[in-house]
Design a protein around this ligand. Sequence first.
Ligand code: NAP
Length: 228
Amino acid sequence: MKIAVLGTGMVGRAIAGQLSTLGHDVLIGTRDVEQTRARTESDLLGNVPFAQWQQAHPAVRLVPFADAGAHGEVIVKATQGATTLSALDAVGAENLSGKVLLDIAMPLDLSQGMPPTLTVANTDSLAEQIQRAFPETRVVKSLNIMPADIMVDPSRIPGEYNVFVAGEDADAKETVKALLREVGWPDGAILDLGGIRSARGAEMYGVLIFTVSAALDTNDFNLAIVCK
Ligand code: NAP
């Protein structure tokens, strides 16, 4: 499948690398190709510069957001949350129309330190903002509640745990669920929360992640729903 991954950070790299390894035709989108390639420093979390990552993933081409969007049958949104709509404007409504958009972004505001607050919450969500701004796009929220390396390798944590999907379009959710299964999520682990409004809870849970991570001093954990 032709897949566009918007975002050159940890999440974009994890998703693009894994889907490419699985045989998908993946482009990764950025604001400015030359600037992204020219970076020579690791980021604050120790992630190597993009050019170094790409040497290990030569099949994943780096292109401007709009070119990635034009290519993708499925578009994975893995850019900074607060600037989501401007990133999608750069992709272009014409390149998003009718497409499945898997939104992994978190609307984090880190300006006051940790834990972060959210730029949108309670009565709205980032996923709903995207769906309103691009009504022809089939938005599905998923994967945002866990670290990037677990998104594409659920076996990293022993035991059974869950991944949420939320969105209005049943076929779009099936497309995302199929991709989740491809990267190793068991069918029974995929919990469909309902319409796009249910993305609110999935995004607000993101704040708790940072608190739990600080308490456990690790990012290697995930959420298991335990029922009677
Ligand atoms: P990130 O640092 O949050 O985002 C990097 C991407 O955002 C880059 O592609 C960058 O573009 C783009 N970006 C930054 N400022 C922008 C702006 N003003 N306009 C348009 N695009 C802009 O990277 P990340 O850690 O991979 O996270 C990606 C998303 O997933 C975020 O929303 C994050 O909250 C969410 N998330 C992350 C994790 C995780 O484990 N890191 C887990 C769950 C959810 P350039 O390529 O041009 O630099």
